[in-house]
Design a protein around this ligand. Structure first.
Ligand SMILES: [Zn+2]
Length: 132
């Protein structure tokens, strides 16, 4: 099984664990670090709505907690194959180091869109733009 296939499978399989009682929009994500470690995340909502955390940022938070610093690939699985939100794209860039593939999975059709994090967020803001 390739890394691509593994991430797609892990994101798809973790998706039912999402906590999405309000939107009913379950999202799963899985990423691999440059060290080869895999981390998963699901979205979790809140009655206040605004405090919802996306699956991608949850997976990244788990990676950071475990000491991971650089993502080498990430998959996100939804019922309709939507792309990550703007907040997630910015966080995904923070841990990019270099560009990396993003696999956008439609769990209904099984289709996967292949992108890269820089394609998803061109002209991104990062630490190189902060004053010295
Ligand atoms: Zn998001």
């Amino acid at each position: 099984m390739t890394i691509r296939e593994t991430l797609i499978e892990r994101a798809t399989n973790i998706r039912p664990k999402a906590y999405a009682p309000y939107s009913k929009f379950w999202v799963g994500s899985a990423l691999i670090t440059t060290d080869g470690e895999i981390f998963e995340g699901v979205n979790y909502e809140n009655a206040s709505y605004g405090l919802t955390i996306c699956a991608e940022r949850n997976a990244i938070g788990t990676m950071v907690t475990a000491g991971g610093k650089q993502i080498a690939g990430l998959a996100v699985a939804t019922e309709n194959g939507v792309t990550p939100c703007g907040a997630c794209r910015q966080v995904m860039i923070e841990f990019a180091g270099d560009d990396y593939p993003v696999y956008i999975v439609n769990t209904t059709t099984g289709e996967v869109k292949d992108a890269t994090v820089r394609q998803l967020l061109p002209e991104f803001f990062d630490s190189s733009q902060l004053p010295e």
